[in-house]
Ligand binder design. Structure first.
Ligand SMILES: [Zn+2]
Length: 428
């Protein structure tokens, strides 16, 4: 175990019950996906056990420790959400050299993947599920330099308008929807080259190369015409006022489901998600009626060909679908500014729902809300437009992707640079 000494370090030490929780949530196995070593077994005496695991801090316990403290309070630093269970040698490894080779986003990804696999195995699902690990963008016209973005369970992309956030999303869904990438790669001087790594549960690597002549894929080192079974990407695109249809049929088609599967999913959503939607009923042939409760206030919403369904209801249905899907294959819920059009209360509710440690799928959300940075559970990737002169005149907007290891400090700095802007009010 890491012995901590005086000062704020002692305050940020894990309590014994937190260490036990971390060990048990990991089923006493090392959370490094490249290791997975068992950390408990019989000891030398007939009644002894031998434990070789360690509860490691993700953000450091003390100022100046590996990976820094991320601006977290001692209480947040000793919280179970800031811990990862590792074997003794991986525990030493991640802290060497100030933890530079093992950033927060990487450790959080390991922890979330391992807990997800353990949860699935524990619930009796054969062939523990998968995980989207990272995407390496080697070439893309909007990007200033090759960049690797790592994913944990909750991921927030944040940055100004037209800084490439939506373009990045097309790379993430590019294996199942290459036409999204071709829509922009077909333009002159717009070549795209990216490598996506995921587990299904075996480690998979797919390289996408696209330019105006076409698109090609290399899967685990072999040329393939397309990637037959990549991870699943769900894009619920929450209803804007311009898209009113909230009927069962239109919801099913938006989620890519047969209407009968959508019906089954809808009825089970309250039970699967445990969110604001308390009860769902199908009205007539194709209508939806949902009873919701948020912050102690109960309300009833309807969806039909003429009435749009409330965004919170659509999001909770999408979460239910993602949960079911993730039991069979790695699943990513993509929310491209969907959360931003919610009322601040709805935004907070949905963010909390997605952050829940019991989620089996991964979320990638694009947001303009700086408030998203206040939640240390989310791995934040910041899209930072560079000064065009600094970069040289290329005609396009060069952007640098920064995976913040200190989201709270970044938030404070951004609030100083920009005046606080009002939160989005009501659905647009
Ligand atoms: Zn290990």
């Amino acid at each position: 175990m890491n012995e901590r000494s005086a000062g704020s370090r002692a305050e940020a030490n894990f309590h014994e019950k937190t260490k036990l929780a971390l060990a048990q949530r990991a089923a006493y196995r090392c959370s490094n996906p490249g290791c997975g070593k068992l950390t408990i077994g019989p000891g030398s005496g007939a009644e002894d056990t031998s434990s070789t695991g360690t509860a490691s801090h993700i953000y450091a316990a003390a100022e100046g420790g590996p990976r820094g403290t991320g601006g977290l309070s001692p209480e947040q630093r000793r919280h179970v959400s800031n811990g990862i269970w590792l074997c003794a040698s991986c525990g030493r490894l991640v802290d060497t050299n100030d933890g530079r080779r093992y950033p927060v986003s990487l450790l959080r990804g390991w922890r979330d993947l391992h807990e997800t696999r353990t949860r699935l195995e524990h619930s009796g699902v054969a062939g523990p599920g998968g995980w989207i690990n990272s995407i390496e963008v080697r070439e893309d016209v909007w990007l200033a330099e090759p960049t690797t973005v790592r994913f944990s369970r909750c991921n927030m992309f944040i940055g100004p308008n037209s800084s490439g956030k939506t373009l990045f999303m097309t790379l993430l869904s590019g294996l199942s929807e290459p036409s999204q990438i071709m829509r922009r790669a077909a333009l002159p001087d717009s070549a795209v080259n990216a490598v996506i790594n995921w587990y299904d549960p075996q480690p998979r690597t797919a390289e996408i190369s696209a330019d105006e002549r076409g698109i090609s894929f290399v899967l685990d080192g072999a040329d393939v015409p397309f990637v037959a079974q990549p991870y699943r990407v769900l894009k619920p695109s929450l209803p804007l006022q311009g898209h009113p249809a909230g009927s069962l049929t239109s919801l099913a088609s938006r989620l890519g489901l047969d209407p009968w599967n959508a019906r089954g999913l809808l009825l089970r959503t309250p039970e699967i998600v445990g969110g604001a939607v308390k009860e769902v009923a199908i009205e007539g042939e194709d209508g939806i009626r949902a009873v919701c409760s948020l912050d102690g206030k109960e309300f009833c919403v309807r969806g039909s060909e003429q009435e749009r369904l409330h965004p919170i209801v659509v999001l909770e249905i999408a979460i239910a679908l993602a949960e079911e899907s993730a039991r069979a294959q790695p699943t990513l819920l993509l929310l491209d500014e969907d959360l931003d059009m919610m009322h601040p209360r709805g935004f907070r509710h949905c963010r909390e729902l997605l952050s829940s440690a019991s989620r089996t799928f991964q979320t990638v959300a694009v947001s303009h809300h700086l408030g998203a940075l206040q939640d240390p559970e989310w791995t934040v990737t910041r899209f930072e437009p560079l000064d065009a002169q600094e970069f040289g005149a290329s005609g396009s907007l060069p952007v640098r992707l920064v995976q913040d290891e200190d989201p709270l400090e970044t938030y404070a700095a951004l609030m100083r640079r920009f005046p606080p802007f009002p939160e989005a009010a009501g659905p647009r």
